[in-house]
Design a protein around this ligand. Sequence first.
Ligand code: SF4
Length: 313
Amino acid sequence: MKTLYCALGYACNERCMFCPCSEHPTNQPSLSYEEICEAIDRSIEERGVNNILFSGGEPTLHPDFFRILEYAKNTGAQISLLTNALRLANEDFADRMFEIIDGEKLDVTVAFHSHIAEKHDYLTQHRGSFERSMKGVDNMLKHNVRLSIKNNIVNYTYKDLPEYVRWMTNRFDDAVTLLFCNIDINGTAQVNKDKVAVSFKNSIPYLEKALDYIVTLRQEGHKRNVKVLTTPLCLLDPYYWGFVETETQANMTAYKVPFSDGDKSPLMYEVSSDSGPMFKPCQNCQLQNYCPGTWRSFRNNYDENMLKSICGQ
Ligand code: SF4
């Protein structure tokens, strides 16, 4: 799939403690409708993009969100949306969105940071966000969107992962994908590092217990898609490697985000991912072509020698 990653703007209605964006991103103007349409047209024409991924900040806050969605839909490309779903809790907003696009043609990813509402709200710094996001998700599921629920593994909640999986698998049917991600310690996450960053050494035993539950469910016939992202293979028992998105995170075909100094932002092609097997031990590792590695920021916060080259010299 050839993807245009497009951050419509950095405005957000949550203030997640582990957000990799700066604490003050709202000073940056959002992309204009015209800029976004131009990026869509050029990336399709010049690079054959067939998936348009809208992100932010919170993309639904863009003043021209519906027009942008309609424009993107009319290109025939697949549309993906990373959203906190808060605005989708509003029935009118949800109805308007699904007047524009058929839910079955929309890939949506929503993060729930805990199965306990108070913990989720603490991490988003937005009281009531758990309930509202859940309502937004339910409104989208009525329209059969292809939904992924994401858990960002953070210090505040990593010990809850096994219970989280039980909650998630009870709450959502098998058509809903479950994603586990490690966080990129940049921006706000860097400022809150003591509260949110957790070492792989601490988190992985809990992640493995959570995956054990998925294995049990699969033995009972459940078919849920579960993916572990940004997790080095060498730190996970090989028994669980089947859950890992093993292909090195591909570079983005096209990339359009608001430019940090407010100038007109360029449309960039083949932008390197900020995660991958990019550490010293990876250089001689036979899994380098299959391993997702992790975020570049890992290097600034942990000893990269904890990674163990597989069959290296
Ligand atoms: S050494 Fe690097 S490439 Fe090899 S498994 Fe570990 S993170 Fe992946």
